[in-house]
Structure formats: structure tokens, C-alpha cells
Design a protein around this ligand. Structure first.
Ligand SMILES: [Zn+2]
Ligand SMILES: [Zn+2]
Length: 255
């Protein structure tokens, strides 16, 4: 039993062999996948996958990199899709100061609008944060995100930041980087995060774990993340897989 809380199975990288990739995840014990649609193109394809497979759910939201493309009516579109029984969260949303493809003020507005929507309709949120730790915390606090909580996806911040996020009702999700030899900080933070706040993910096709680093990532590799996490936590793989799945099921109602 394993849950990949963040995948992009709808990505073009899977166009040649998507069905095999999904089958391989199942064969490797992945019993639940949350697939993320994050802009006008990927929201419908993500939803289609969730409709086609009973063990895939969808999150829908507007990514900060695409913030400039979001039209006023898109917020209503996301709200409408949130009524779909397989849509379990709004995301991924947040701030990305690394790529900087959308101006910061536009990212800030789009992020805040989606948190307000999540609070209005009572959906958890999935947060994308790249080089924006301080502003993410500020916005989450100002917009009272604690009311809905959610997931800090592929967490890369400090323990201090993790604590503040958990204070605001968020779970901390780790991906491929915890399998890298040189990734000191995520490993240290993972060791400190309480088991009942811990999640694992792939963010596939990106962020491929060791020893496949440099190649395409896929949901079956969440096993490698979970194995690394179990070792860091000093518990068995089975235990870690069960606890993180239970956390995801409870938070996102994956039933
Ligand atoms: Zn992301
Ligand atoms: Zn993602």
C-alpha cells in the first residue's frame, strides 16, 4: 500500500506508454495516485485520467508559472470542477521565484484568489514553493489557509519553515531529493516531521529519485522515496507506506 500524492501522469513525457506506466505503479504497490492539473491544458487531461482509473484522483489549480495566463473566468471553472467527485484538492498553487515566468504581483494575486476559493468551498490546497519560503508563509497566514490546510509539496525548506507550515494545518510531502546523497536539508527535516504529518510523492515526470536520476520519473518510483523515508525514520518500509497512505486518505478523502 503506497500513495503518490503528486504526479503529472498527463504530461507529454508519458504519451508513448502512459498505460504501462500506470500499470507498473499498481504492480509496485501504489494503490493511490493524486494527479495534478495546473493550467488550461493540464486540468482537463488530469481530470480525464481520474475518471478513467479508480485509483487515480485529481487536483486542479493554477500554477504560479502560468499565473499570467489565468483569466477571471478560470477561477469559476476551477470552482465548478471542484464539485467533481474525483477532485480532491486545489493545486498546485503557490509562488515560483526560480523560473519567474509570471510577475511576482500576478503570482501573488492568483495564489490568494485560489486560497480564498478553497476556504469558501472547503477544499485542501497543494502548495508549490520554489525559492519563495518567506512570501509563501506570509500569504498562507494572511489568507488564513489554516482553515483548509493541505500539502506542502516536494518540501525543500528549513525545519523552521516546516514547523510554521504544520502550525497552519499543513502536511509535509517529500519527493526524490530525499534519495540524493548530497540532499542534507530535506533529509534532516524529514527526520523531524511527525509521522502523522508525513507524505510521499514523485512529482513525476520530474525530480527522479536515485538511482534513476537524470531519467524520466514515474509513480512506481514513489517506492524509492518511501524506502529512503523509512530508513531516515528508522521504521519499516511497510509501516511508512501504511502511515503515509493513511495520512493522504484522511486529508484528501481518497476513498
Ligand atoms: Zn510543483
Ligand atoms: Zn507538480
Amino acid at each position: 500500500m503506497l500513495t503518490d500524492t503528486h504526479a503529472h501522469l498527463n504530461a507529454d513525457a508519458f504519451n508513448e506508454d502512459r498505460e504501462e506506466v500506470i500499470a507498473r505503479a499498481r504492480e509496485n504497490g501504489v494503490t493511490r495516485i493524486v494527479n495534478i492539473g495546473f493550467n488550461r491544458e493540464t486540468i482537463p487531461t488530469s481530470l480525464a485520467l481520474a475518471e478513467a482509473y479508480d485509483f487515480i484522483w485529481a487536483a486542479v489549480g493554477w500554477h504560479p508559472q502560468d499565473a499570467v495566463d489565468m483569466l477571471p473566468e478560470d477561477l469559476g471553472w476551477i470552482e465548478e470542477l471542484c464539485r467533481h467527485e474525483k477532485v480532491v484538492a486545489i493545486g498546485e498553487i503557490g509562488l515560483d521565484y526560480y523560473w519567474d515566468t509570471s510577475p511576482k504581483d500576478v503570482q501573488d494575486r492568483v495564489f490568494r484568489e485560489q486560497i480564498r476559493l478553497a476556504r469558501r468551498i472547503g477544499k485542501p490546497i497543494i502548495i508549490h514553493n520554489r525559492d519563495a519560503h518567506e512570501d509563501i508563509l506570509k500569504v498562507l497566514k494572511e489568507e488564513k489557509a489554516a482553515e483548509v490546510g493541505g500539502i506542502m509539496h516536494c518540501f525543500s525548506g528549513s525545519w523552521e519553515t516546516a514547523k510554521l507550515c504544520m502550525d497552519m494545518n499543513f502536511h509535509i510531502s517529500f519527493g526524490g531529493p530525499v534519495t540524493f546523497k548530497n540532499a542534507k536539508q530535506p533529509k534532516e527535516v524529514l527526520q523531524k516531521v511527525p509521522l502523522d504529518r508525513l507524505l510521499v510523492e514523485t512529482d513525476s515526470p520530474y525530480l527522479t529519485p536515485h538511482p534513476h536520476r537524470g531519467k524520466r520519473n514515474e509513480s512506481s518510483y514513489v517506492r524509492l522515496v518511501a524506502e529512503a523515508a523509512a530508513e531516515l525514520k528508522g521504521i519499516s518500509f511497510e509501516e511508512l507506506a501504511a502511515i503515509t497512505t493513511e495520512n493522504a486518505v484522511k486529508l484528501l478523502k481518497l476513498t
